[in-house]
Write a protein that binds this ligand. Structure first.
Ligand code: HEM
Length: 84
């Protein structure tokens, strides 16, 4: 079962203390522990923590990266808050 997050939920996880979540194409990844082993560096991940980083992600990686790391880093999907 996959957990649902609103963009606002993800936005609260924007630093190492609270945890660092990023959104790539509607999927939420927890990169808190991964940041220090990220080949592109921890700094660049800290800058996008809490945000949708799809554009930046696809600039530097391809599908095989997501395939490889999803089992370890994926924590859920983005679901918009119900519109009133
Ligand atoms: C789930 C999230 C991410 C994973 C699993 C991930 C994984 C990786 C991996 C495995 C590499 C090594 C190169 C490769 O195999 O393609 C890499 C390089 C890199 N990543 Fe990420 N990355 C993530 C998110 C991001 C984000 C959001 C950014 C930008 C804001 C970023 C920027 C970079 C850069 C700049 C490089 C170096 C590219 C190069 O040296 O040519 N990454 N990343």
């Amino acid at each position: 079962m996959s957990q649902s997050f609103t963009p606002a939920d993800v936005a609260t996880h924007n630093n190492a203390e609270k945890g660092m979540y990023i959104i790539i194409d509607n999927t939420v990844y927890d990169v808190t522990k991964f940041a220090d082993e990220h080949p592109g560096g921890a700094k660049i991940l800290k800058r996008v923590a809490g945000k949708d980083a799809s554009k930046q992600f696809w600039k530097y990686h391809n599908e095989s990266v997501l395939k490889k790391y999803s089992p370890k880093l994926k924590i859920g999907d983005v679901k918009e808050a119900a519109k009133l």
